[in-house]
Design a protein around this ligand. Structure first.
Ligand SMILES: O=C1O[C@H](COP(=O)(O)O)[C@@H](O)[C@H](O)[C@H]1O
Length: 225
């Protein structure tokens, strides 16, 4: 017989989708629109699929990203592509998705247009679902980027980022803007990320491990092996 038990990562994604959906429902009882910030990368895919299946008033929900690579939105490494392909399905296709790229050649040229777009959203966000890389980065607050200090301290909503460890330039929501969410969830999987998180919890220098900027939010940690 085939084992149909969901994997721990699928169970985690379902639990996270339930928590995010409940937060959106609660806020939409009191306000006309609600904003959801999601992360890119590979971890959120089962969460996107689980959330898309939730019964929500999607037409009143705005979705944007914590960060984006400055690539065409059909490129394999575009976070917008992941959101479009895995979250904005069925009833969830009625959500308003606000991407973080423009037609400009570089994020430095496009950042003001993205900032204007972001200012028009329903702040404070209901939820920010953060991810984390093995180097302790979250969004594109990258430990080796020249712009990390700026992104951690500026009041601007978005920052253009370049980093020797990343093949493409990126655009990230600033730490200040990511803090403007009523609830923060950290979604990570695997032993390596658990160890990085454990290390981050033992210190306070966000320049070394940028995820530290959110560990006192408070943040609800969703982890599975
Ligand atoms: O570059 C990125 O990495 C992190 C984590 O990605 P994952 O593939 O390890 O899940 C992600 O949170 C961030 O949004 C993304 O752009």
């Amino acid at each position: 017989m085939t084992d149909t038990t969901p994997s721990p990562r699928e169970q985690l994604a379902t639990q996270l989708a339930e928590a995010v959906a409940e937060a959106l429902r609660q806020d939409l009882e009191r306000q006309a629109r609600a904003l959801l910030i999601v992360s890119g990368g590979s971890t959120p895919l089962p969460f996107f699929r689980a959330l898309a299946a939730r019964d929500l008033p999607w037409a009143r929900i705005e979705v944007t990203l914590a960060d984006e690579r400055w690539v065409d939105d059909a490129a394999p490494d575009s976070n917008a592509r992941l959101v479009r392909e895995h979250l904005l399905h069925g009833p969830a296709a009625e959500a308003t998705f606000v991407p973080l790229t423009t037609d400009h050649e570089t994020p430095e040229q496009g950042v003001d247009e993205v900032a204007t777009r972001l200012e028009g959203l329903a702040w404070p966000a209901s939820v920010a679902v953060l991810g984390m890389g093995g180097d302790g980065h979250t969004a594109s607050l990258l430990p080796d980027s020249r712009e990390l200090d700026l992104a951690l301290t500026t009041a601007a909503p978005a920052v253009a980022v370049r980093s020797p460890s990343q093949p493409q330039p990126r655009l990230t929501l600033s730490a200040e803007r990511l803090h403007r969410a009523r609830r923060h969830f950290l979604h990570i999987t695997g032993e390596e990320k658990r160890d990085v998180l454990a290390r981050a919890l033992c210190g306070d220098d966000a320049r070394e491990l940028p995820i530290r900027a959110f560990l006192a939010c408070p943040v609800a940690i969703y982890w599975a092996p």
